[in-house]
Design a protein around this ligand. Sequence first.
Ligand code: SF4
Length: 227
Amino acid sequence: MYLIELYKSVQGESSFAGLPCIFVRLAGCNLRCSWCDSEYTFTGGKPFTQEEIVAQIEALSPCKLVEFTGGEPMLQAKELLPLMDVLLAQGYELMIETSGERPLELVPKAVHKIVDVKCPGAGSAANSFRMENLGALTLNDEVKFVLTDRRDYEFAKAFIAEHELRVKVGGILLSPAFSKSPSPLRTTENATLDPRTLVEWMMEDGVDARLSLQIHKFIWEPQKKGV
Ligand code: SF4
């Protein structure tokens, strides 16, 4: 399994935001979202065995929440799925942050899937969501829309309504995109879409979703890695 980094920090997104979490960031991604903040994962990474990764996670205990992220972790599904089984058997609570483009049916049901649906503002990654994945989602999972502008917001609203996401998944996340060249200041000025504007739209429309700010970008400088 090719690994970029493995570290303990605070979960920055989803309904788990604010909880201590061990992050396992895997190498490689087959998409190129216009606003991607993880381009350093596209190449490289070092190979580790399942045993070595479990040992690194255990060394960061007592934290019991582990997130697999990337890059796109499901590109390494052959090694990742057995690792998930091992960690679940050891009592870890697992999350996976995924682009939604890879098949998700084989991810153990106990794993919380945080699944992106790419909006038009994602550029070449737009429309990459694998529609069959809707059948793999449960109330244990969350769907995330990263928004750059009003067009993305309208896309998300329509997708939520058309696919009745509110009753299919445990959470719907609307997350303003961040600038790829943020200032070092820990401020919403670095968001491409002002969170205040997004909240106003959500209030006007009564959208039943959760505003999701990447809180690690307000705790640390926005471009800091390993946090
Ligand atoms: S799927 Fe994730 S890692 Fe891949 S390009 Fe998009 S934001 Fe970056």
